[in-house]
Design a protein around this ligand. Structure first.
Ligand code: MGD
Ligand code: MGD
Ligand code: MO
Length: 759
């Protein structure tokens, strides 16, 4: 096969490969952090900014949703949190002069990395119909344009209001209120592509779509299973919690097709001994085939059922429903089928069972490795079965722990960013604000793309994010976006979604987390909810990147006033002036937020109630925790094909590319790489360093192609491959989604590898 790279971005497409690392964090991580931060911010700003990340009087790290411990370090941030902050606090600027120099067509040829590196957006910008360049526009005119296009719609359901997960509780609450006063539930969000499968599976089985453990529970656990997650890169502060759990005697099983550095060994940069020695975190590594998790947990459940005294009979009698049917299905689990589905050995499973039976308190943590498959919802339901069997929900040291991504994605959902809102939530809105909210379900992300593709949605408005790059089937999605009448992005940084637009387009530049937010009543703070249901304040300290920026709440309030006009009795002006008045309304609408303003004033915030966790109360249809018994599924891969997962490198935040290295995996200076098992490579006759096109095969017969990937022989599970998102989103068919949750199946794409054409 070709051994020369095909023509492309010369920097981004020239990967070099060295040995993967076996330990995460430690000194190199600190050096790396400071270097990246200083390039963007300079030395003084770097220190000032980083020291107020995640402090009780500072701002919430915009990196991930991992909670802050009660006793914080002076440096309660991680390498990747620091990169997220540097990316936002950068001193580089994208000004009207920049847009005059670069046409939209030019921007559309640039890599995501290049776009992000240009800096912070400073002015509202407008692309008129037929225009070639964005032009500066006043805020008033920008809101007029949105109002014009919304007024021209046949129905409010022809508008889409997307949310990414950095939006604060206050902004999210106002945004959904605006959409619903306008008359639509079209509130797709990044969660639809992320933990929707967790939400679907958990609401049905335990009655709450959120995790049931707190940080203290991790410290009390006997066994923590980390499945389908790469915390060393994506939730680095979780490693400190796992280390502490191990000090308390916990064992850790990691279930992953890849050996991930952080889980192998962790050098805690916050403790001197950690820096020197490092702790080995994983006690047992189950190198599973992609998509084999449901089969694995089903067999584990069978083995628990077959062990005398292993089942918590009392808990099952008092708190659960559907046990018999589930137990019948589990007893029928087949060893051979499980070994095929998982690629594991009998010895692996025996060893896991020993640890499971020895544990009185078990927690299962997971992320995208479990949520982005066709059968993700039944997979997560099987995890719940596994925990219910031994009474591992609703007591200390035990429970479900879906580890969220974006720093406020969980809070946004709590605030009503959901295309399928619960009737009780709408009733409460109606009572508080005196209008009749729409009751019909709106579009999620995939349905929103179809609606634009089919001409049924014409206005696309995004509160953050990078819709065209984050969503599947890039060519289809970009064509859909171009069919819209108007696309609007409230953004901090330039990205691809600004270059692939509707007939008209607007960029609304906004404040980031790190920046001071001054409104009519004085300096404001906002609130966020972490992955464990803790709500706390976040207060920016830096001067805003430009005097033209408006905060997200201010943008929503002004938009609502302009679009809804006299039709709205909501005091939008007052809300903009003083966010405390928004929190007063949240307190009256959303259970758990009673006395919100007073409680959030407490440093560290407060914990939201959670029935299953707090009192083994399961608000499901049956009033109990539900066992479920779905048939076992796993992906079938035809001969000569591989199963590709699309994942994150160490140098990116979703579609924001910080740099071109994936340090822990030993990949440098390039992102177009595909990691495959050396045995598979031999069988398929693909040399390390060869250049291949990835061609995805799907039942619609369309061949989706991502050209020019350097092959890296890598110790992933047999039959599996891995390559970075978003370069590979072009391969994920729009209709390849998870049953029930409709999440794109971006972790199980059947591909063949073809020699790249060289020229
Ligand atoms: N620095 C940084 N931090 C981030 C992000 C970022 O991009 N950069 N993104 C944020 C967001 S929005 C999210 S959702 C999270 C994502 O956090 P992760 O879910 O950790 O992110 P991915 O890189 O998608 O990694 C998926 C992991 O699952 C494994 N996996 C894949 N398929 C399977 C499978 O079938 N079974 C099992 N058991 N494992 C599998 C992969 O090998 C990989 O280790 O991180 C958040 N934090
Ligand atoms: N193939 C594949 N696709 C995936 C995934 C995968 O694993 N594989 N993961 C999925 C997941 S888990 C997720 S969460 C989605 C992510 O999808 P998105 O949330 O849509 O994407 P991001 O890349 O996080 O968005 C980055 C942009 O957000 C803007 N931004 C940053 N901070 C702020 C802020 O404070 N306010 C505002 N208004 N804007 C801000 C910046 O302009 C930046 O360019 O992607 C999904 N897509
Ligand atoms: Mo996510």
């Amino acid at each position: 096969m070709a051994s020369k790279p095909p023509k492309g971005d010369p920097v981004q497409d020239a990967p070099q490969v060295v040995e993967p690392k076996h330990a995460a964090a430690g000194l190199p991580a600190i050096g790396h952090t400071l270097r990246i931060a200083q390039q963007q911010m300079g030395v003084k700003r770097t220190m000032l900014t980083l020291l107020s990340v995640n402090q009780k009087d500072g701002f919430d790290c915009p990196g991930c949703a991992w909670p802050e411990p009660d006793h914080r370090h002076k440096a309660e941030f991680c390498e990747n949190g620091a990169k997220a902050v540097a990316e936002e606090a950068t001193l580089r600027r994208v000004t009207p002069e920049f847009f005059a120099a670069h046409s939209v067509a030019d921007l559309a040829t640039r890599s995501g990395y290049w776009l992000g590196q240009q800096g912070r957006l400073t002015h509202p910008m407008y692309l008129p119909e037929g225009g070639t360049h964005y032009e500066p526009v006043s805020w008033e005119r920008a809101f007029d344009i949105v109002a014009e296009e919304i007024a021209a719609l046949g129905s409010p359901d022809e508008a889409l209001f997307y949310t990414s997960g950095r939006t604060s509780n206050e902004a999210a609450f106002l945004y959904q209120l605006f959409a619903r006063e306008l008359g639509t539930n079209n509130l797709p969000d990044c969660s639809n592509m992320c933990h929707e499968s967790s939400g679907s599976a958990l609401s049905e089985t335990i009655g709450v779509g959120k995790g049931s453990v707190l940080l203290e529970d991790l410290y009390k656990a006997d066994l923590i299973i980390v499945a389908g997650q790469n915390p060393g890169t994506n939730h680095p502060r979780m490693l400190s919690a796992l280390e502490k759990a191990k000090e308390g005697g916990a064992k850790i099983i990691s279930v992953n097709p890849l050996p991930e550095a952080g889980l192998e060994r962790f050098k805690n940069p916050q403790t001197p001994q950690g820096m020197l020695k490092g702790a080995s975190l994983t006690d047992l590594f189950l190198q599973i085939r992609i998509g084999g998790d449901q089969a694995l947990f089903r067999l584990l459940n069978k083995l628990i059922l077959e062990t005398d005294g292993a089942v918590d009979q009392q808990f099952i009698r008092e708190h659960t429903h559907g046990y018999e049917e589930f137990a019948d299905a589990a007893r029928a689990a087949d060893w051979d089928e499980t070994l095929t589905a998982t690629g594991l050995t009998r010895a692996d499973i025996d060893q896991a069972m020993e640890m499971i039976l020895a544990s009185q308190r078990t927690i299962v943590c997971w992320a995208m490795g479990l949520t982005q498959h066709k059968h993700s919802v039944p997979t997560i339901r099987e995890v719940v079965n596994f925990l219910l069997l031994r009474g591992n929900i609703g007591r200390p040291g035990a429970g479900v722990c879906p580890v969220r991504g974006h720093s406020n994605v969980q809070g946004d959902r709590t605030m009503g960013i959901f295309e399928r809102p619960a009737p009780a939530f709408l009733d409460a809105l109606e009572k508080e604000f005196g209008f009749a909210p729409p009751r019909e379900h709106g579009y999620d992300v995939v349905r929103a793309i179809r609606a634009m593709r089919d001409g049924e949605a014409k206005v696309f408005f995004a509160m953050g994010g990078n819709f065209v790059a984050a969503t599947p089937d890039t060519d289809v999605t970009e064509a859909a976006m171009r069919r819209a009448r108007l696309t609007v992005h409230v953004s901090t940084k330039l990205n691809r979604s600004h270059a692939v637009t509707g007939a008209r387009a607007l960029i609304m530049p906004t404040l980031g987390r790190t920046e001071r937010d001054l409104q009519g009543s004085g300096e404001q703070f906002v609130t966020v909810e972490d992955s464990m249901g803790m709500v706390h304040a976040s207060r920016g300290r830096l001067e805003p990147a430009s005097t033209q920026l408006l905060s997200e709440p201010a943008i929503v309030c002004r938009l609502a006033r302009r679009v809804l006009g006299e039709d709205s009795a909501t005091p939008w002006e007052e809300f903009e002036k003083d966010y405390a008045t928004v929190r007063d309304r949240i307190a009256r609408v959303i259970p758990g937020f009673e006395d919100f303003n007073a409680r959030v004033a407490h440093p560290g915030g407060f914990t939201l109630p959670h029935g299953p966790r707090d009192e083994r109360r399961f608000p499901t249809a049956t009033g109990k925790a539900n066992f479920t018994a779905a048939p076992v599924e796993y992906p079938e891969v035809p001969e000569g094909r591989l199963l590709l997962q699309t994942l994150r490198s160490h140098d990116q935040y979703n579609t924001t590319i910080y740099g071109l290295d994936d340090r822990y995996r030993g990949i440098k200076n390039g992102r177009r790489v595909v990691m495959i098992n050396p045995e598979d490579a031999r069988r398929l006759d693909i040399a390390d360093g060869a250049y291949v096109d990835l061609v995805s095969e799907w039942k619609d017969g369309v061949e989706r192609r991502a050209p020019g990937f350097r092959v890296v022989h890598y110790p992933t599970a047999r039959g599996c491959a891995a390559a970075y998102y978003p370069e590979t989103n072009v391969l994920v068919p729009l209709d390849a989604t998870a049953d029930t949750s409709n999440t794109p199946a971006s972790k199980s794409v059947v591909v063949r590898l073809e020699q790249s054409a060289t020229d």
